[in-house]
Design a binder for this molecule. Structure first.
Ligand SMILES: *Cc1c(COP(=O)(O)O)cnc(C)c1O
Length: 459
């Protein structure tokens, strides 16, 4: 039996091998991500200023650029044990189908009812809210995975959960909405008449299908106006990348068990949380000069923050009430086409990943949605998992890299993040199957128009 045959289809870790601490990538970055700024003063936000919006311990995590490891509280580890460690799968069947010498692995995060990696941070954020004695939390959700994950986490800790759901998804994804309500959350389509900022956006853009940026503005307004509530965010923030580091730590532990060193690590990038989590320990080695990896962020051609955005301070929300973050952005007024089915609709990007990309530690590429769904089906037909459209952006590029290996004969090891399942995305799959899916790519003029509205900030 060759060594090759010794690697199982699924590499499982046991419960005790699950990480006991999250890894804070910022601790190893020489150039730290730029701080969040107060939009009123243009000065870095202090913990005091952030605490009316976010839970106290999460504020500490958000601002901590120096502590490399932060213990995962036992209560969170107990919850993690219900669905973690998640498997690292060797895609033998896909390799065979592609007839490639490449070795392909994927870390599967769709193994829980919420169907995505978002539960890893939702449970942590709900735990800290509960610990602080809060009544509840508010949030936004796009395609619905984050809202679903947070609803599950809040019901576990007996917290109220108010979700603002991007209107186009609210209408197109009634099943997601009902899962959230089943877990006890209230779900409001955004923009709505229930907030000042929602009314303003509706007045300016009647008939808008909404965006994550709008929904964030509404959720923040509700959190700050209701005593005992805080706002929680499912991506972009440093604290979320921190929690998602469990993905990368488990991936690394599983690979290390068999002495496997990846050449290429690929992840889809919406706000950057799964990618930031998946690459964390690998990027840490890269930053410390211990190892080198090719790291690729994959984004939709319809919302191309890294590949066509500007590295600048911008609002995280459309209503311009949130802190300013320095990131690759298309401008907070950028609203991706409603024709874009695959999630990953946020106009900006994690400031940690933005800094790393700016400093040349990772690459980014954008892909069109029909080619994403083509990859999704190819994967589904041989690997047995029906992937989320978001995850399928990473599948697309993993397949492309594997096909390059076929041409060159290189036996590269490719690892990608399979962030979730796509059972609630069948309207998009239906469009693809009916040949009705198009590709929408914003024009330079459209992007320039929203970039022109970036706030004027030094730095
Ligand atoms: C939310 C989501 C993403 C994108 O979010 P990131 O913060 O960029 O990770 C990717 N895949 C799935 C399945 C998601 O639910």
């Amino acid at each position: 039996m060759s060594d090759e045959n010794k690697i199982p289809y699924k590499i499982y870790l046991n419960e005790n091998e699950m990480p006991k601490a999250w890894y804070n990538l910022r601790a190893d970055m020489k150039n730290k991500p730029a701080p969040l700024l107060n939009p009123g003063t243009g000065k870095p936000l202090t913990a005091e200023e952030l605490s009316p919006i976010f839970c106290e311990e999460l504020v500490q995590q958000e601002l901590d650029d120096t502590t490399p490891y932060i213990d995962i509280p036992d209560e969170i580890r107990e919850f993690y044990k219900m669905y973690r460690p998640s498997p690292l799968v060797r895609a033998y069947c896909l390799e065979k189908k592609l007839d490639t010498p490449a070795k392909i692995y994927y870390k599967f995060e769709g193994n829980n009812t919420s169907g995505s990696h978002k539960l890893n941070s939702a449970i942590a954020q709900a735990y800290y809210a509960k610990k602080q004695g809060l009544k509840g939390v508010t949030t936004e959700t796009g395609a619905g995975q984050w809202g679903t994950a947070l609803s599950m986490a809040c019901s576990y800790f007996d917290l109220d959960c108010k979700v603002y759901m991007v209107k186009v998804s609210y209408e197109q994804k009634p099943f997601r909405r009902e899962v959230m309500r089943t877990y006890g959350a209230s779900v409001t389509p955004s923009p709505s008449e229930t907030t000042e900022v929602g009314k303003k956006i509706l007045a300016e853009h009647p008939g808008t299908t909404g965006s994550l940026g709008c929904a964030i503005s509404e959720a923040v307004e509700v959190a700050t106006k209701n005593p005992g509530y805080r706002y929680v965010l499912g991506s972009v923030l440093n604290q979320v990348l921190l929690h998602q580091s469990v993905i990368g730590l488990e991936t690394k532990a599983a690979l290390d068990k068999y002495g496997i060193k990846p050449d290429v690590i690929i992840g889809c990038a919406g706000g950057g949380s799964n990618l930031g989590g998946l690459i964390a320990p690998f990027m840490g080695e890269k930053l410390r000069g211990e190892a080198d990896y090719r790291i690729i962020a994959v984004e939709p051609a319809s919302c191309p923050s890294f590949t066509r955005g500007t590295y600048a301070y911008d609002f995280c929300d459309t209503g311009m009430i949130c802190p300013l973050a320095k990131m690759y952005t298309l401008g907070s007024s950028f609203i991706p086409s409603a024709n874009h089915a695959g999630g990953l609709r946020f106009h900006g990007m994690s400031s940690t990943l933005s800094q790393l990309y700016h400093d040349g530690y990772m690459e980014a590429t954008s892909v069109e949605q029909t080619s994403v769904f083509e990859a999704a089906e190819q994967f589904a037909r041989v690997e047995g998992i029906l992937p989320a459209p978001e995850s399928s952006h990473a599948i697309r590029v993993a397949i492309d890299e594997a096909l390059k290996c076929k041409e060159t004969g290189e036996e590269k090891t490719i690892v990608f993040g399979l962030t979730g399942t796509g059972y609630f995305d069948m309207v998009a799959y239906e469009k693809y199957n009916n040949g009705e899916m198009g590709d929408y790519i914003p024009t330079d003029e459209e992007i320039a128009a929203s970039i022109a509205k970036l706030p004027k900030v030094e730095g």
